[in-house]
Design a protein around this ligand. Structure first.
Ligand SMILES: Nc1ncnc2c1ncn2[C@@H]1O[C@H](COP(=O)(O)OP(=O)(O)OP(=O)(O)O)[C@@H](O)[C@H]1O
Ligand SMILES: O=P(O)(O)OC[C@H]1O[C@H](OP(=O)(O)OP(=O)(O)O)[C@H](O)[C@@H]1O
Length: 212
């Protein structure tokens, strides 16, 4: 199973441990990249969030944990049988607080980690935009005049508030999903179903923000 090292790591580990999988030394800080459960049923691979779908699509991992935001952005051929409920966040359009939309006719400049979803969102509204792909600290882009708006993830809203920005539109709501390699689903169906049966009772009833 490919596990993302970032914000959802602690919740994913907690779920596996609740379901009875025991891993010695499993931590996001570890430099070791594979961990086997004591019962020999599950091997965890520590992966950067953006790479999880590549591992699962290409069979490097049978299973993975990844946000719906990345599944939709990357458009990979994987199965997505379970909403894991943690990792709740929203992909939104945000702009400097109180700033009126620009009135000149040049295209809106939008900074984002999600170029496909952003472009699709504005295209559906018939708006022509110039997308600037960044890898982080998106809230800086409007401050330094590189962009008019951003398309970014919001969970608590703290980052937007602390950078004097406000939400203008919501594009999607995301939570962590269990993703499965298509061939593994057929070849290891019974084991994957057993795994899902083991974690199902421990999924939160409500969608929750991951604090990691
Ligand atoms: N507050 C949040 N901000 C960003 N992503 C969040 C948040 N809460 C949950 N998520 C989920 O976590 C995923 C990002 O996790 P991660 O921390 O691994 O990303 P990252 O900071 O972009 O990672 P990396 O260091 O690999 O670039 C998102 O795809 C989303 O589904
Ligand atoms: O609403 P909040 O709870 O404040 O969370 C949202 C922030 O978290 C993410 O950034 P991340 O921590 O991944 O850092 P980054 O800017 O390097 O992408 C996201 O891109 C927002 O900036």
């Amino acid at each position: 199973m490919a596990l993302p090292k970032g914000k959802m790591f602690d919740d994913a580990c907690h779920l596996l441990e609740s379901a009875g999988y025991v891993f010695q030394g499993l931590s996001s800080k570890s430099r070791k990249l594979t961990f086997d459960s004591a019962d020999g049923e599950l091997r965890v691979l520590m992966i950067r969030g953006a790479d999880v779908l590549t591992y699962v699509e290409h069979g490097g991992a049978d299973l993975g944990v990844v946000g719906l935001d990345l599944i939709l952005e990357q458009g990979r051929h994987v199965l997505e049988p379970l909403d894991l409920k943690f990792g709740l966040c929203r992909l939104v359009v945000a702009a400097p607080a109180g700033k009126a939309s620009q009135s000149d006719s040049r295209p809106l400049r939008v900074a984002t980690k999600y170029p496909r979803l952003a472009e699709q969102f504005f295209l559906e509204r018939g708006m022509s935009v110039e997308i600037l792909k960044l890898y982080g600290s998106l809230e800086l882009a409007p401050k330094v005049g590189m962009a008019d708006q951003i398309v970014d993830l919001v969970a608590t809203g703290k980052t937007l508030r602390e950078n004097q920005m406000e939400i203008r539109e919501e594009i999607l709501v995301s939570t962590a999903r269990l993703v499965v390699n298509r061939a593994s689903w057929s070849l290891k169906n019974e084991r994957i179903r057993l795994f899902m049966d083991r974690i199902l009772p421990f999924l939160s009833k409500e969608r929750v923000i991951s604090e990691g």
